[in-house]
Ligand binder design. Structure first.
Ligand SMILES: [Zn+2]
Length: 269
């Protein structure tokens, strides 16, 4: 299995232990400051361009500690949307930028307490935001989402959502509801979106995916019964594709593509 950020044990989230310190610069629109070649621009912590900005710690990867700042666009810098910046990177770049963006989203969206409305402050001991008047501490939001590769011998069931780029099909995905197990979510989502039944889903691995704060839980499941019947809202088309005649697929960076590629190599070996 191979996808961005899948197993980099060198990553220490929320830990400042690097000898080198770098800053990712972002805006509230979730754009990222980039170099001329489109890769993320990392500033030093004492760069005058960000001297008035608050740094938020993302974590340390292989001796480099990463921070994020969020502020209106700085003149002289170029910006790019998060998705195209991320999907071209390797895990060494993907992990800190993805983490910084999610930490900054959280800090920006939890400036006030959801329970009493008072202003919150960053906790000194962890990554939470604390409300002194009522005592509530909130932590960065993570939304578990199942993503399921459904197979039937040499065929894969892939679907198109309305937001997908032209011609692209992907594995089916959906958020885990409160009170539901991930496996239950697999059965429910598949039934709702394409009307087929699957055998027991087998866990393949996970991927942190910052659109917006998803934790993708990858499963593989064999088709059990039923014909494709789409709901036409979340899904505009779904088909069985032979592994030798596949449509345009999601980028290699994604867990969806990682699971598809792994299944194909397994069938062809
Ligand atoms: Zn409060």
């Amino acid at each position: 299995m191979n996808w961005l950020g899948d197993h980099d044990h060198g990553w220490s989230p929320g830990i400042n232990e690097g000898l080198i310190h770098k800053v990712v610069v972002t805006t509230s629109d979730r754009t990222v400051a980039v170099c001329d070649d489109g890769t993320p621009l990392f500033l030093s912590v004492d760069d005058p361009l960000i001297s008035s900005q608050e740094l938020h710690l993302a974590g340390t990867l292989n001796g480099v500690t990463y921070y994020g700042v969020r502020c209106p666009e700085i003149r002289d810098l170029n910006y790019e949307a998060l998705r195209p910046v991320l999907v071209q990177l390797d895990s060494q770049g993907f992990i800190p930028v993805s983490a910084a963006m999610q930490v900054l989203d959280f800090m920006e969206e939890h400036r006030f307490c959801g329970r009493c409305g008072a202003e919150t402050t960053a906790s000194v001991s962890d990554r939470g935001r604390h409300c002194a008047p009522c005592g509530l501490t909130q932590y960065p939001r993570i939304s578990p989402c199942v993503i399921v590769l459904i197979t039937r011998g040499d065929e894969i069931l892939l679907a198109r959502a309305p937001r997908f780029v032209e011609g692209m099909y992907s594995t089916l995905a959906g958020f885990v509801e409160a009170g539901e197990s991930a496996e239950h979510a697999c059965h429910r989502e598949i039934q709702e979106e394409v009307g087929v039944r699957i055998k027991t889903p087998v866990y393949q691995g996970s991927q942190s995916w910052p659109f917006k704060h998803s934790l993708m839980l990858g499963y593989w499941a064999e088709w059990e019964s039923g014909e494709i019947e789409i709901d036409c809202e979340e899904i505009v088309d779904a088909q069985w594709f032979h592994i030798e005649k596949l449509p345009k697929l999601p980028p290699h960076a994604s867990i969806s593509r990682g699971m598809i590629d792994a299944y194909i190599s397994q069938r062809l070996s």
